[in-house]
Design a protein around this ligand. Structure first.
Ligand code: HEC
Ligand code: HEC
Length: 153
């Protein structure tokens, strides 16, 4: 009886130690190895890339990434800063590319006179980019390299 209790207590202690260790490693990975009790120094906020020119799309349907900063650009029910440059009637002045015609289509593929409500919140699909190290490896292969004849590689 007494031995049973001791064995049970020991098993509990050991299993907790193992669990704590496992939990410790997996959490530490996400916390950049900072001990749990300490506050990690957050990394410096990277700067948004802001260059002239447009980025190559990885595949034809990709929403192009935003090549400029968008800090402070409001997109709300009442105002859309993006449209002040990218709307059809603003592009002459701004030099920005017009939203493509797909942005005028409703869900029944009918063209509206102006941007469709489902394309109004630009940042749902378009995002700026920052010059940072990817958090995980990316093995994406462009279709052009996939379909290249072997002898041309
Ligand atoms: C002050 C004018 C201005 C505003 C405001 C603006 N843009 Fe732009 N945007 C431009 C210009 C100009 C370019 C073209 C950059 C170039 O070719 O050098 C551009 C390029 C882009 C592109 C790249 C298009 C492509 O084919 O590669 C996207 C996407 C974009 N903007 C989205 C946005 C979004 C989303 C917002 C709002 C959050 C926004 N822009 C606000 C002027 C603007
Ligand atoms: C639901 C996703 C989605 C939303 C919301 C959206 N876009 Fe797009 N956008 C795309 C995709 C996908 C493309 C590329 C294919 C195409 O042209 O439809 C694109 C293309 C563009 C282009 C390049 C056009 C060209 O001919 O080179 C511009 C500029 C652009 N979007 C701006 C905007 C702005 C500004 C808004 C907000 C008013 C917006 N988009 C909202 C998905 C979206």
């Amino acid at each position: 009886m007494r031995i049973g209790i001791i064995v049970a207590a020991l098993t509990l202690i050991i299993s907790q130690a193992v669990f704590a260790q496992e939990a410790g490693t997996s959490i530490a990975d996400l916390r950049s190895e900072e001990p749990l009790a300490d506050n990690a120094t957050p990394p410096v906020m990277p700067k948004t890339e802001d260059k002239a020119g447009r980025r190559v799309r990885n595949y034809p349907e990709q929403p192009p990434t935003i090549p400029h900063e968008i800090d402070g650009y409001q997109v709300t029910k009442n105002a859309n800063k993006c449209l002040s440059c990218h709307a059809r009637n603003r592009t002459g002045e701004s030099g920005a590319p017009m939203l493509s015609i797909t942005h005028f289509m409703d869900r029944d593929y009918q063209f509206l006179a102006t941007v469709s409500p489902r394309r109004y919140f630009c940042n749902q699909c378009h995002v700026p980019q920052m010059d940072v190290k990817p958090m995980i490896e990316n093995e994406f292969v462009d279709i052009d390299s996939l379909i290249l004849p072997k002898n041309k590689e």
